[in-house]
Design a protein around this ligand. Structure first.
Ligand code: HEC
Ligand code: HEC
Ligand code: HEC
Ligand code: HEC
Ligand SMILES: [Ca+2]
Ligand SMILES: [Ca+2]
Ligand SMILES: [Ca+2]
Ligand SMILES: [Ca+2]
Length: 219
């Protein structure tokens, strides 16, 4: 091949790669386009976690237990197929969609970084969940995730107006709404809640049995 053909060949394959990936990457920006390959509908009570059951369908538990209403945390307009990181928001709650609870911004100095879900994606990778119906892993498209912040990093919706979840370490039980007693593995290292070394052992924040900082004054 002379250099001109080689050059055109590169241009052509770059364009087809680009076109191919444009079609593919639009797929995963909404819950119904990819996530449901493995997760059944949000409108049933099935869990992807073995042995775990939801007390009612996931839509209802998210709306009625984890929150008091707040359709705008997930929807731009009610009934749409939710975007993962965009919604209309609610009073005191920015329109960041599922990422208001299932992610945390690891780098606020880089706007629109697309890295909020780094912990969620690492959980999928470490659990070896395998490929979606298109044969892809999360990392095939998300190849520049930084290390997620620790389990104890507080997602923006937690503790917000009419949100009933407060602590990603789940020491108050508020991150668990199902039968297994566990909340989320927020940073994807497979250790949940207080079993994660990022979390303090006790609600007052003491991290170990080291009593040296306790007041010894007992009247
Ligand atoms: C290839 C299959 C697959 C795809 C695609 C997939 N998931 Fe999962 N997901 C799983 C499995 C399996 C688990 C349970 C792993 C375990 O045992 O903790 C899981 C767990 C989760 C959890 C719970 C994490 C935790 O901390 O316990 C959430 C939330 C979740 N997925 C959201 C999503 C979203 C959002 C998408 C789409 C962007 C998605 N999943 C796509 C298979 C998949
Ligand atoms: C107010 C916080 C909050 C918001 C907003 C939120 N979630 Fe969740 N979600 C949770 C918590 C907490 C759990 C874990 C409950 C448990 O396991 O006890 C969970 C669990 C899940 C699971 C795991 C289901 C399983 O298999 O057990 C999926 C999937 C999920 N959420 C998807 C979504 C999607 C998609 C969105 C956005 C459209 C969303 N969530 C928005 C807090 C939230
Ligand atoms: C935690 C995120 C979340 C919240 C909050 C939420 N929704 Fe949804 N909603 C979803 C998801 C995800 C779907 C897609 C369901 C599916 O097909 O898997 C959906 C689907 C729907 C649908 C289509 C029919 C159906 O049930 O599938 C309607 C209508 C709807 N939502 C209305 C509402 C209303 C009204 C509120 C507030 C009272 C609300 N939603 C709050 C996530 C949410
Ligand atoms: C076919 C390509 C593709 C695959 C595979 C894919 N995504 Fe995405 N995802 C995208 C694109 C494109 C966006 C929107 C651009 C952005 O925000 O970075 C996105 C956005 C997201 C977001 C919101 C952005 C943020 O801040 O994190 C989450 C969460 C997410 N994906 C989770 C997952 C998970 C979990 C998997 C694997 C189960 C997965 N994605 C697999 C292409 C993909
Ligand atoms: Ca951790
Ligand atoms: Ca649980
Ligand atoms: Ca963890
Ligand atoms: Ca947790």
């Amino acid at each position: 091949m002379n250099s001109r053909h080689f050059f055109l060949g590169i241009v052509f394959s770059t364009i087809s790669l680009w076109l191919g990936s444009t079609v593919e990457v639009s797929a995963y920006t909404r819950w119904g386009n990819g996530c449901t390959d493995c997760h059944s509908s949000f409108d049933d009570a099935n869990s992807t976690k073995p042995g775990n059951t939801w007390p009612a369908d996931k839509h209802a538990v998210h709306i009625g237990n984890m929150m008091n209403g707040l359709c705008g945390t997930c929807h731009v307009s009610n009934g749409d197929n939710p975007l993962l990181d965009e919604s209309r928001g609610e009073t005191g709650l920015p329109g960041v969609g599922c990422m208001g609870c299932h992610g945390v911004d690891p780098d606020p100095s880089t706007p629109n970084n697309g890295w909020w879900g780094a912990g969620l994606r690492l959980h999928h990778a470490n659990e070896n969940v395998g490929v979606d119906n298109g044969g892809l892993l999360c990392v095939d498209c998300h190849d520049d995730d930084p290390p997620p912040l620790g389990e104890n990093a507080v997602p923006v919706y937690y503790g917000g107006p009419n949100v009933n979840i407060f602590d990603p370490c789940n020491l108050d039980g508020s991150e668990n709404w199902t039968s297994d007693g566990l909340g989320l593995d927020n940073d994807g290292d497979l250790a949940y809640d207080a079993a994660d070394a990022d979390c303090p052992f006790f609600r007052d924040g003491f991290e170990s049995g080291d009593t040296s900082n306790w007041s010894a004054v007992v009247p």
